[in-house]
Design a protein around this ligand. Structure first.
Ligand SMILES: NC(=O)c1ccc[n+]([C@@H]2O[C@H](COP(=O)([O-])OP(=O)(O)OC[C@H]3O[C@@H](n4cnc5c(N)ncnc54)[C@H](O)[C@@H]3O)[C@@H](O)[C@H]2O)c1
Length: 357
């Protein structure tokens, strides 16, 4: 796409895995942003990423980056436990925020952030980049504009046991540092919690993007031979009942997608491992013309597209496609509700939950 004249000046917080694999390159490729600054406490990472991406400024101190008047928006690409405190600082400093998913680690901290965003005139978008998968976006628009009433929605996200073999071949070689700032303990050791948070937040967001807000959840969790499976029945606010399947890892290829049945049509989607940057294969059948459509979605750099969408909202007031701070809070509620339902064996209303997964 043609570069725009006015570009949003971005500061990226964190030069770790997700910034190296997605955000820094997205800043370079997006037509409406400029990578103005990068920040990391780890000097070796900062230097290495500065050499590769040539930002105008580098910072080893986040407060100093926020004090840079040229920084208009920040991308927060750091561990989940730091998302909310760093996003609140950015909002206080008058900067727009694109923060990685999940929004935070407790419902209460996410709600505090939501209040802070509401009091500001700033945009906060959560990094649920699958909304910018052209296939998923096409499906969402068909559902909104043509499909009529929804009957049911099934969605699944099953990470492959071969994920790293596959992604190592296509992701850039990641530079790591002993000086990187990490949360206390190792939150990734509790696999049940970690998988639900990190993968479940994608599945919930896709389901919400297609089906709207959720009212209640009943979930079952099984753990065998190192694999975790959550099967959930969801009641949506619209009255629709749906199912979610989160499985990590499956003994097969990456397996993700959804099926939606509606009044005037239906949708079937197959989503690929995100690091392949390939749009979901989507089949939309419309009973209005009796035809099946299969959009191509040639440009599927989800991380670039989410950044362009974010900048477009800020620069031109374009409607937000990405997940809002409210969506991020709702997503946290859904994740906590799934965890509580597994513990209690009962149906849990999202409005009734508090705390963390
Ligand atoms: N959207 C996706 O597809 C996707 C994929 C992978 C990871 N993620 C998300 O990305 C986030 C980050 O994951 P990661 O694996 O890149 O983390 P990471 O730990 O590899 O990198 C974070 C970097 O930020 C730096 N940092 C942290 N706090 C800082 C501070 N206050 N000041 C300066 N530097 C600071 C650290 O030194 C580190 O280098 C997580 O929330 C994860 O869920 C999203």
């Amino acid at each position: 796409m043609k570069p725009e004249d006015k570009k949003l000046k971005i500061g990226v917080l964190g030069c770790g895995v997700i910034s190296q694999a997605a955000h820094l390159e997205a800043c370079t490729r997006a037509n409406n942003v400029e990578l103005h600054a990068i920040c990391d406490v780890a000097h070796d990472l900062l230097e290495s990423m500065s050499n590769k991406y040539s930002p105008k400024r580098t910072y080893d101190d986040y407060d100093a980056m926020l004090a840079d008047p040229e920084v208009e928006a920040v991308i927060i690409g750091i561990a989940d436990q730091f998302h909310v405190p760093m996003a609140k600082k950015a909002i206080s400093a008058g900067k727009h925020v694109l923060v990685e998913k999940p929004l935070g680690v407790t419902i209460e901290e996410c709600e505090e952030l939501e209040q802070a965003v509401r009091r500001s005139n700033l945009v906060l978008q959560v990094g649920n980049m699958k909304r910018f998968d052209p296939g998923i976006l096409y499906a969402q628009r068909f559902i909104q504009e043509e499909m009529g009433e929804m009957l049911a929605l099934k969605a699944w996200y099953c990470d492959s046991i071969y994920r790293y073999e596959m992604t190592d071949n296509v992701m850039p070689v990641i530079v790591s540092s002993q000086h990187a700032k990490k949360p206390k303990g190792n939150p990734k050791l509790d696999r049940q919690r970690y998988y639900l948070m990190t993968h479940g937040s994608h599945l919930i967001d896709t389901a919400m993007f297609l089906g709207g807000e959720m009212m209640s959840v009943q979930a079952w969790h099984t753990h065998k031979f190192g694999a975790h499976n959550w099967l959930c029945t969801i009641e949506y606010a619209s009255g629709v009942v749906g199912q979610l399947d989160l499985t990590v890892p499956v003994r097969m290829d990456w397996h993700e997608g959804f099926q939606v049945y509606g009044e005037h049509g239906s949708v079937i989607a197959k989503t690929y491992n995100p690091w392949l940057f390939k749009a979901s294969d989507v089949e939309v059948f419309s009973s209005k013309d009796g035809l099946t459509r299969k959009p191509l979605g040639a440009d599927a750099h989800f991380y670039k597209l989410q950044l362009e969408g974010f900048a477009d909202t800020i620069l031109h007031g374009a409607p937000m496609i990405g997940a809002t701070v409210h969506d991020g809070v709702h997503n946290m509620r859904a994740l906590v509700a799934i965890a509580r339902s597994v513990e209690t064996g009962g149906k849990i209303k999202l409005a009734d939950v508090s705390g963390a997964v």
